[in-house]
Write a protein that binds this ligand. Structure first.
Ligand code: LMR
Length: 397
């Protein structure tokens, strides 16, 4: 019997936490798991500017005929311009962009293309990295390796170890970098570290693959991409995976893009044909809706400004929640330093809790974290912060 040999799989490390949280009948349960933003009501709203763009786009839409494997070309242009800023214009002739099924689709498509072009290539990812990076990228057939990234004692980037390791990689190695708001640690490179790393990547002939899932969630849409833009001015070729899930609140619309900057316009032209063929062979074409909404919004200066203001409020709230949580933890454990909670950027920080503590949190306190001990600070609220702090302190060893 076909499929009879398949065994039940364990739950996904992140989505499994959501399922377990939903199944818990406790009224006191707290979800610090999956990376979605939540407001003070615990909701994940669609930004008002996105809703307005959506209404206007739908009112103007006359057909739902196919758009083609590369998706919405206006979206592709605008989203790359938002990521690369002033650098984009000079790279346009050398950039091949395809709309993808979310940021995950961009990562996977990029990995497929690398593996098709240079079978046996090695992709180097940070240690640790997002729980789905290695499964998602490794399923393409690429080999995976890790570079040192995080210093658990300092709760920050272990930059010298990272830079020295990267400097020793063979020419042509692919280095996956988190554009900002590192997932799961929350620890980002400083501008000076980005420059030092960019110089190493350039001089060693390495190929950066930047995963940009949180542009605008750290400080703002410009500050967050300092490193990406610096790299783009230094290296002859790079890959960029963009996600619109978080910053546009478009999670379920699966909206993203893969941009590949090539060393010449001719190579970029060839890459575009391979992007389209690979997409055609895997899923044919991306869904239209989310990209059409984002393109509409970004092309309208009023909607764009409104969305940026809403994004600013989201970032302000996440920084406020970080300060709130750090304060409540500090009053409970005056012997410990919690400044890392406020220093990290984006939604995530690593607590450093071990598997037994995470099980305890779930079973005794109804507080849900993924197995790597990551917390989503957007799951903290004014209403639950004391319970979060009490629970975390109770399981710290
Ligand atoms: C996360 O890291 O929680 C998000 O990126 C959602 C996911 O797909 O894992």
């Amino acid at each position: 019997m076909i499929f009879a040999n398949l065994e039940q799989l364990p739950p996904d490390p992140i989505l499994g936490v959501t399922a377990a949280f939903r199944a818990d009948p406790s009224p006191d349960k707290i979800d610090l798991g999956v990376g979605v933003y939540r407001d003070e009501k615990g909701e994940t709203p669609v930004p008002a500017a996105v809703r307005e763009a959506e209404r206007a786009m739908l009112a103007a839409q006359r057909t739902k005929t196919y758009v083609g494997p590369a998706g919405n070309l206006e979206f592709n242009r605008l989203i790359v311009e938002m990521a690369l800023g002033p650098v984009a214009a000079g790279l346009r002739e050398r950039t091949a962009t395809i709309q993808t099924v979310g940021g995950c689709g961009a990562l996977r498509l990029g990995a497929e293309l690398i593996n098709a072009s240079q079978p046996g290539s090695v992709m180097h990812v940070s240690d640790p990295t997002w729980a789905n990076h290695e499964p998602l990228l490794g399923s393409s057939g690429l080999k995976l390796a890790r570079y040192p990234y995080y210093d658990p004692a300092a709760r920050g980037v272990s930059f010298e170890a990272m830079r020295d390791h990267v400097a020793g990689l063979p020419t042509g190695s692919i280095v996956l970098l988190h554009g900002c708001c590192h997932n799961p640690t929350g620890a980002d490179l400083s501008p000076g570290e980005w420059q030092a790393l960019g110089d190493v990547i350039e001089s060693r002939g390495l190929v950066p693959f930047v995963d940009l899932a949180y542009q605008g969630f750290g400080d703002d849409v410009e500050t967050d991409v300092f490193g990406l833009r610096y790299l783009a001015t230094r290296v002859p070729q790079m890959l960029l995976a963009v996600s619109c899930s978080k910053n546009f609140g478009m999670y379920r619309e699966r909206t993203g893009a893969l941009a590949i900057v090539a060393s010449s316009p001719a190579i970029a032209g060839a890459i575009a044909t391979h992007q389209a063929r690979t997409a055609r062979r895997m899923y044919s074409m991306p869904p239209d809706h989310g990209a059409a909404v984002v393109a509409w919004l970004l092309a309208d200066p009023r909607l764009r400004a409104g969305w940026l203001a809403e994004l600013g409020e989201i970032v302000g709230r996440m920084k406020y929640l970080r300060a709130l949580l750090a304060g409540r933890l500090s009053t409970r454990r005056q012997d410990l330093d919690f400044t890392w909670v406020t220093q990290h950027r984006g939604m995530f920080s690593l607590t450093g809790l071990d598997a037994a503590a995470i099980t305890d949190l779930r079973d005794r306190h109804h507080v849900y974290l993924p197995p790597d001990g990551r917390i989503n600070v957007a799951g903290v609220s004014e209403a639950n912060v004391d319970r979060v702090a009490d629970s975390l302190v109770a399981v710290m060893r």
